[in-house]
Design a protein around this ligand. Structure first.
Ligand SMILES: Nc1ncnc2c1ncn2[C@@H]1O[C@H](COP(=O)(O)OP(=O)(O)O)[C@@H](O)[C@H]1O
Ligand SMILES: [Mg+2]
Length: 443
């Protein structure tokens, strides 16, 4: 069932329950109230009558002369003699009085309702002064009269309830529609996300929580779109990177098989095949490492690493290549610095940056370590040509490489490792002239 109908149904049910309970309570109370009110009125009328009778010096002897006076009052009354337990006079029809007298104890002062046949009477009784007379004036109203008033009241109440309910349900329909409409349009937007039609997503009109949900949905859609597009570029780049060496290998291998090359060319072909196979192996190994780094399941050591030892290890491994290229390695470490992370991996990240620096630098590569703003800062810079402006923003992306690039995965791997150690990596220009990579780790 649609949300709007559900809300309306729930509201209507609640309304009906409240009305039924209120109706029942009012219905059961109203008759008692009417009876009390009627008794009060009877009492007032009775008191007026009795005061008239009192002033007229009523006595048992002249009782009859007052009957005429009472008859003129157009009231339903009984003049009851307590002493002798008899009815002296009544304006009610004789069978009714007799019936009432037979069925009810007139002497019982507490009995406020008298019954006779199907009819009941509300009573109000007043003693006539002097009390020694033992005469009592009893005024009566048939309960039926009050029930007619009660019925009339209930009918009015029902009409009011009905109008109220119609207005309330109309209002509820209007309000729920206002609430549900943004949800419905949000549902449409979600369908578009599901079908990956990101460009067709439109903002919806909403307020409050629905607006917040919509905002989250848009952010999620953006994130998903970004993710999908990076995945797509990754696969395109990866297949391109793998395809190029494979085609070279295929070309030479087929040439050699069909013996179209001279001996010299064949020799060169085999060399190219071996180097391309090595390159492929490197790309694949780096892709596997990158995938491992990005999947959470990979186990991660949390070692306490002495920065000095770490940089020494980097220097040891870089020295042979640097010497070969006649490039000077410099290092400057200030103080006893420690950082936390997976030593093997962080070493790998630093090596990637260092080897890049050696490859692109002319004469010198410098590594520094220092404590800056409660963070361990390591910089690696060289005096090469640096990274071009247009490449700079994308340099850490996978398969992004410049002129003398190899796999284009080294920096992506370095960044993944450093971020996994809660560190940050940034690229900029070095005072030496080349590229400068700055790494920050929490202490
Ligand atoms: N120190 C550097 N100086 C100049 N360019 C660099 C330097 N380090 C990296 N780059 C550029 O960034 C690209 C990506 O580097 P990297 O991810 O390590 O891939 P690869 O080294 O396999 O090409 C390189 O191809 C190169 O163009
Ligand atoms: Mg590299």
């Amino acid at each position: 069932m649609k949300l709007q109908y559900q809300l309306n149904a729930a509201f209507t049910a609640l309304l009906l329950i409240i009305m039924a309970v209120t109706g029942y309570v009012v219905y059961s109370l109203i008759l008692n109230l009417l009876i009390q009110d009627e008794q009060r009125q009877l009492e007032q009328q009775g008191e007026i009558l009795v005061s008239v009778l009192d002033e007229a010096f009523i006595s048992r002897e002249n009782l009859m002369s007052f009957n005429e006076f009472l008859r003129e009052q157009e009231l339903q009354l009984v003049l009851y003699d307590r002493e002798q337990n008899t009815v002296h006079f009544s304006t009610l029809p004789t069978p009714v009085v007799t019936g009432l007298f037979m069925n009810n104890d007139f002497n019982n002062q507490n009995q406020e309702l008298w019954a006779f046949g199907n009819e009941k009477y509300v009573t109000s009784r007043i003693l006539i002064v002097p009390q020694s007379l033992g005469l009592e004036l009893i005024l009566l109203t048939p309960l039926q009269d009050l029930q007619i008033v009660q019925q009339d009241f209930i009918v009015r109440m029902l009409i009011v309830f009905l109008i109220g309910a119609l207005v309330a349900i109309g209002l509820s329909y209007f309000l729920t529609r206002k609430l549900v409409t943004p949800l419905t349009s949000l549902k449409f937007q979600l369908k578009k996300i599901e079908n990956r039609n990101f460009d067709e997503i439109q903002p919806i009109k909403a307020s409050g929580e629905v607006k917040e949900v919509a905002q989250s949905v848009y952010e999620m859609a953006n994130e998903l779109q970004r993710y999908i597009s990076t995945q797509r570029t990754f696969f395109q780049n990866a297949s391109h990177e793998l395809k190029t060496p494979l085609m070279t290998i295929q070309g030479y291998a087929e040439g050699i098989k069909e013996k179209v090359f001279s001996e010299q060319e064949e020799e060169k072909g085999l060399e190219v095949i071996v180097s391309e196979v090595n390159r492929l192996k490197k790309i694949i190994n780096e892709m596997i490492l990158l995938a491992k780094l990005e999947s959470e399941e990979v186990s991660y050591h949390n070692d306490k690493i002495a920065v000095k030892d770490l940089i020494n290890k980097v220097m040891e491994r870089a020295l042979p290549i640097a010497t070969e290229k006649e490039l000077e390695l410099q290092q400057q470490i200030k103080g006893d610095l420690y950082l936390h992370g997976d030593e093997e991996r962080i070493l790998r990240a630093l090596l990637n940056l260092t080897f890049n620096g050696i490859r692109h630098g002319h004469r010198m590569l410098s590594i520094t370590a220092d404590k800056q703003n409660e963070q361990i800062q390591i910089t690696i810079e060289d005096d090469g040509e640096g990274i071009s402006e247009e490449l700079m923003p994308h340099i850490f992306h996978r398969f992004v490489k410049g002129k003398n690039g190899e796999t284009g995965l080294g920096l992506a791997i370095a960044r993944a490792i450093i971020e996994q150690s809660n560190g940050k990596i940034e690229v900029g220009k070095s005072k030496l002239g080349g590229a400068k990579f700055t790494l920050n780790f929490p202490t």
